[in-house]
Design a protein around this ligand. Structure first.
Ligand code: GSH
Length: 199
């Protein structure tokens, strides 16, 4: 059985929880308090961060790497595209999400006021840019839910918490976000602390 060491408010762990619930197989989640990390976290992950996935003698860290492993190990429903060209494009998108959005999470959560303000503006601009995608399609890659939707969902859930307000032109993105939040796997994936982030 897979065991996920998961931060209770950590957006990266949230991504892995979503995939585990989308797959509907057996797994165990160990809640990690990042203010009081268990000693073995640093043994499993040299960066001493969550999430970490353990399956027998396999120990993985980095949310996107964990998620691709789960997707390959339990192929239904498949979350990475089957076609190599589309899969390569999906990986490029995942990389861009990290660069333009998720690399700012730490600042948004614990940076100085000035750094937070700058990060908010940067993330906001990048989200506004992708909003038009959802005028024509339901999900990031088209009509099917995929790993890209998994990757971005925890950030969209935290917009209020990070005090990021989008403009009117971003309405299609907010509608898309509601579509993600209404999925059963997304609802099941949340910790009590995450549920309390949005009313
Ligand atoms: N790139 C990593 C980021 C993981 C990460 O930054 N985890 C944070 C939680 S928000 C963490 O464990 N921080 C604790 C620390 O750095 O002390 C991933 O995708 O898994």
């Amino acid at each position: 059985m897979m065991t996920l060491y998961s931060g209770i408010t950590d957006p990266f762990s949230h991504r892995c929880r979503i995939v585990l619930y989308e797959k509907g197989m057996d797994f165990e989640i160990i809640d990690v308090d990042l203010m009081n990390k268990p000693e073995d976290l640093a043994v499993m992950n040299p960066y001493n961060r969550t999430p970490v996935l353990v399956e027998r003698d396999l120990v993985l860290y980095e949310s996107n790497i964990i998620n691709e492993y789960i997707d390959e190990r339990f192929p239904h429903p498949q979350l990475m595209p089957a076609d190599p060209v589309m899969r390569a494009r999906a990986r490029l998108f995942l990389f861009r999400f990290e660069q333009e959005l998720f690399n700012h999470v730490q600042t948004l959560e614990s940076g100085t006021q000035k750094a937070q303000e700058k990060a908010r503006l940067y993330v906001r601009e990048n989200l506004i840019q992708i909003a038009p995608i959802f005028v024509k399609q339901k999900y990031m890659l088209g009509e099917e839910f995929s790993m890209l939707d998994v990757a971005i969902a925890p950030l969209l859930w935290r917009l209020d918490q990070y005090q990021i307000q989008l403009n009117k032109q971003s309405a299609p993105l907010l509608k898309y976000a509601e579509r993600l939040f209404s999925r059963q796997a997304f609802i099941d994936s949340m910790t009590a602390s995450e549920k309390a982030m949005r009313r």
